[in-house]
Design a binder for this molecule. Structure first.
Ligand SMILES: [Zn+2]
Length: 498
């Protein structure tokens, strides 16, 4: 089954904390079947299911499966339109954005302020879908959300229209881009829209829109200035902003934040530090980086989620490099190395669920791995290849990536077999063990103990730094004192002095 499009049309009632309406799913079957399986949280009540306009029978069970059985097999030739009418009380977020669901919050003036997050739970918590990262709706999604009059709805894509009744407003948002299920969400609040125009690296004018709470309207323009600077840096390394035909979007949320495509959830309360003398909002930069790493380049299975979080976090460090230079970037990566936990490998299999994969190392160790790879390959190969990963159609939009895809791309670009290097860092918790042994008064033998292959390593001997290729057979250096190994910290390592 291949999902082509979703339309999520819901009435949202902040008083009852309920939703009610329908979802339409356009899909293709690759083989004829009279059964269609969808995921939908069992706490919601399905009233009726139609397939191509015809009522069909269904079961909706405790295991969150909606099983639709047709009276005869559904054809494979063209799109099948499934309409599910449903409603009820959606799951409430326990600890958003990490443990998601609906967050029925209020702003300082008591107005409803509603956010939906479901990165780990999946969009099935509130609409019927095929809940796996490997099947995005290739033709995009429509969201038609009705709220009490006076509130605004912020969602992915472009706003098509707002229809008002006496007591309600219906906001129709539409994206034509492929989109992850957990990004098909909306935010509701007493918002003001702050706008700005962005000119992309390819010269396209892209509208910037910030749906900020009215009470914070005065902070909106400055936040967009920061976002504009961030976008210029990320475009330099990763290519043009991925949703240039629609918008750069930001919505203020009662939770910390999430990478919702073309409508980033922002809840860092306008707290800044300084990078390069400019206001820096770490949360904004990180979530916005996910427009490339997660939303445009998407892992095929949760098992490879380090690609989204690790490379995105590496992008955060590149922002520092761009504004403050290489030394600041190195310092940042040294701090990252100190925080690596190495309890579980970043990749623990090929198909595992999101809870199993989620751990701190997919961020920091993932970023540090890119830093090591950069050192091994050199900038002239590393940066263009990283940009290729973010821009080549093979890896982006409708296509998905695994750790093997990333390894093969960098191996091909460098002419080196990087599989041992990738496996060592992604699939084990080992650190490189580097043995230094004094063999004469002024001679030291340096050997790589636990890695099959050669790695370039910086060595300082007699105050002079050299970059040497080292493997299990080792090299000998002359030095009056013990040589320093990898002083800039390009590797996670253990140095053994004998
Ligand atoms: Zn992230």
């Amino acid at each position: 089954m291949d999902i082509r499009h979703y339309t999520v049309a819901l009435n949202v009632d902040p008083v009852q904390q309920s939703i009610d309406g329908y979802t339409e799913i356009d899909l293709k079957l690759i083989a004829p079947s009279n059964v269609i399986l969808l995921d939908l949280w069992h706490g919601l009540t399905v009233r009726q299911v139609y397939v191509n306009g015809k009522k069909e029978s269904f079961t909706h069970t405790e295991d969150d499966l909606l099983t639709i059985t047709g009276s005869k097999p559904f054809a494979t030739a063209k799109n099948i339109k499934v309409k599910v009418e449903y409603g009820g009380l959606p799951g409430v977020a326990v600890k958003p954005p990490w443990t998601g669901g609906f967050q029925w919050s209020k702003d300082e003036h008591g107005n409803p302020w509603i956010a939906v997050t479901c990165q780990s739970e999946g969009a099935k918590i509130y609409f019927p879908c095929k809940d796996h990262p490997s099947d995005e709706p290739n033709e995009g999604a429509d969201m038609i959300i009705t709220v009490p009059k006076g509130l605004s709805v912020a969602a992915p894509g472009l706003l098509k229209k707002v229809t008002n009744s006496k007591t309600t407003s219906t906001w129709h948002w539409k994206t034509n881009y492929t989109i992850s299920n957990y990004c098909i969400v909306f935010n509701v609040g007493k918002y003001t829209k702050i706008t700005r125009s962005y000119t992309s690296v390819d010269g396209n004018k892209i509208p910037m829109e910030f749906y900020v709470l009215e009470e914070h309207a005065d902070k909106g323009q400055h936040e967009l200035e920061i976002l504009e600077r961030t976008c210029h840096v990320l475009e330099k390394y990763f290519g043009e902003y991925p949703w240039a035909k629609e918008k750069i979007g930001l919505a203020e949320t009662p939770h910390l934040g999430m990478e919702h495509q073309s409508m980033i959830a922002y809840g860092n309360k306008f707290k800044y530090t300084k990078v390069g003398g400019e206001d820096f909002d770490w949360l904004l930069t990180h979530e916005f980086g996910h427009e490339w790493w997660a939303n445009k380049v998407t892992n095929k299975d949760w098992a490879h989620m380090w690609i989204q979080e690790g490379i995105c976090s590496f992008g955060d460090a590149l922002y520092t490099r761009e504004l403050e230079g290489e030394q600041s970037y190195l310092k940042r990566m040294q701090q990252t190395a100190r925080n690596v936990q190495n309890v579980k490998p970043m990749v623990q299999g090929d198909e595992i669920d999101s809870d199993q994969v989620y751990q701190g190392d997919i961020y920091g160790k993932g970023a540090f791995f890119m830093h090591s790879l950069r050192f091994v390959l050199g900038d002239s190969i590393f940066f263009p290849t990283l940009k290729k990963l973010a821009t080549d159609s093979k890896y982006t939009y409708d296509n998905f990536v695994t750790s093997d895809d990333v390894e093969k791309l960098f191996s091909a670009a460098s002419g080196k077999d990087l599989k041992p290097f990738f496996d060592f860092h992604l699939r084990t918790t080992n650190k490189l063990e580097i043995d230094v042994k004094q063999v004469k008064e002024d001679q030291y033998k340096i050997t790589l103990l636990n890695f099959d292959g050669t790695l370039p390593i910086e060595i300082v001997a007699d105050g002079k730094m050299t970059k040497r290729d080292i493997d299990k057979t080792g090299i000998t250096v002359t030095s009056k004192a013990w040589p320093q190994i990898d002083p800039n910290v390009y590797y996670l390592k253990k140095v053994i002095l004998e």
